[in-house]
Design a protein around this ligand. Structure first.
Ligand code: NAD
Length: 258
């Protein structure tokens, strides 16, 4: 059990990749905190995993510093430590730059995907530094490394996650805290399914057609599952990765090779 006796907190844990990560840490022996805007979803996840009190659910909006601090305080009060913090909560939207400005969505994606991650790192850094150990894993995307049209907000924030990760990585490594990032490719979650639904509606295709076309572009030939990401997160958070700092690893079936 790589995480026996340890505590792992995951933002956006009610759905998709975050839920997969939460399940992975629980399976490997961690006490887990499911943190999400969707409290009912977080509660369902915690109930699934924590019949013995080894899982808790907390409502948190990563765009709200007070709710982040409250969540950190609650976890520390209950379990006395946070060994792993996974910044997974994220949102997506598309906007054609020639269309009228869409400042509401732009501000929200910055607040959730980038500022929220910064605030979470800030809140969890001190307790980790005080213990002289900890691992933070930030979920970026292949969109942080390559370009997609009409995704300036998403690509911009996901690239920002990589810069934030590298800076914090070298700042916190001397304190025993490792910070790394993950850049998933196409992973079957509600977020990707909503992209498929939108594009299929626009193109007049059967639902699922966009996913099939996308899979054909992946060198491995299929769409990934949350578990494919969770396995890499668990590795980076574990002692197996004790000499890995500031990296951005792509579980993407071979789409991006750097
Ligand atoms: P999802 O929509 O299935 O789940 C996202 C979760 O985050 C939801 O439970 C949602 O309630 C929560 N959330 C949203 N805003 C929040 C906020 N302000 N505070 C707290 N929680 C909030 O999405 P997913 O596909 O599982 O994506 C998870 C992460 O992985 C995101 O950061 C996303 O950008 C990234 N990602 C996804 C894919 C993919 O193909 N699915 C690919 C690359 C990166």
């Amino acid at each position: 059990m790589r995480f026996g006796g340890r505590v792992a907190a995951v933002t956006g844990a009610a759905s998709g990749i975050g839920l997969g990560i939460l399940r992975r840490f629980a399976r490997e022996g961690a006490r887990v905190a499911a943190l999400d805007l969707d409290f009912e979803g977080a509660q369902a996840a915690a109930e699934e995993l924590g019949g013995d009190g080894s899982a808790m659910a907390l409502q948190l909006d990563v765009a709200d510093g007070d709710s982040i601090q409250a969540a950190v305080d609650r976890i520390l009060a209950a379990w006395g430590r946070i060994d792993v913090w996974v910044n997974n909560a994220g949102i997506f939207y598309v906007h054609n730059i020639a269309d009228p400005p869409d400042m509401e969505n732009w501000e929200r994606i910055l607040a959730v995907n980038l500022t929220g991650m910064f605030l979470c790192c800030q809140a969890v850094t001190r307790p980790m530094m005080e213990r002289g150990s900890g691992s933070i894993v930030n979920i970026s995307s292949i969109a942080g490394k390559m370009a997609f049209p009409e995704e300036a907000g998403y690509c911009g924030t996901k690239a920002g996650v990589l810069g934030l990760t590298r800076s914090l990585a070298v700042e916190l490594a001397p304190h025993g805290v490792r910070v790394n990032a993950i850049c998933p490719g196409n992973i079957l979650t509600p977020m990707l399914q909503s992209v498929d639904a939108r594009i299929c509606a626009e193109e007049g295709w059967e639902p699922g057609t966009h996913l099939e076309k996308t899979a054909q572009e992946v060198p491995l030939g299929y769409i990934g599952q949350p578990e494919d990401v969770a396995a890499v997160v668990a590795f980076l958070a574990s002692d197996d990765a004790s000499y890995i700092v500031g990296q951005a690893i792509n579980p993407d079936g071979g789409l991006v090779l750097y």
